[in-house]
Write a protein that binds this ligand. Sequence first.
Ligand code: TQI
Ligand code: CA
Ligand code: ZN
Ligand code: ZN
Length: 171
Amino acid sequence: LYTYFQGNPKWPTSTRDLKYALIATSASTIDVATLRDVFARAFSRWAAVIPMNFTETTSTVDADITIGFYNGSHGDGEPFDGPLGTLAHAFSPTDGRFHLDASETWVASDVTKSSSNVAVDLESVAVHEIGHLLGLGHSTVEDAIMYPTLTVRTRKVELAQDDVSGVQNLY
Ligand code: TQI
Ligand code: CA
Ligand code: ZN
Ligand code: ZN
């Protein structure tokens, strides 16, 4: 079963069009056009099931959600730890920060399985972290996107019924 953060924080009903900005991409090994594509796909999976739209903005002041790649300590008291371990983290509503560990071997396609044994599928992690950005905690259902284990070299991007129920009961 799905969970929420303590106090069930969520984006207010007045915010049905969430804007996101890629604010720190220089530490990423994936080009910005590909990043745009992957994040747009990841957001659209959630937008398909709730009355919410996600649009990219290049203006950081307009952005509700900011996405960036960082190495080690990056100012929020939750330093990244080099390859594997923590891959990314996102804060609960309505913080909007989504950080990725720049030291991971990120891949942006379904070649995950055939590439290096430490490659991490960016879209899978993005779909999971967007769940956190929307207010979902971890799920006990193994095929849920919000289940707190991701096998390296696997791709998991389709919402399970449990993820859909969780987010629909919130929005
Ligand atoms: N990052 C953890 C995660 O996103 C950070 C975290 C732990 C967290 N507990 C939290 C974030 C509670 C919000 C609320 O779960 S991670 C997975 C998964 C990570 C883990 O790098 O360990 C995915 C990132 F689910 F597979 F374990 C993405 Cl998909
Ligand atoms: Ca790491
Ligand atoms: Zn961070
Ligand atoms: Zn998580």
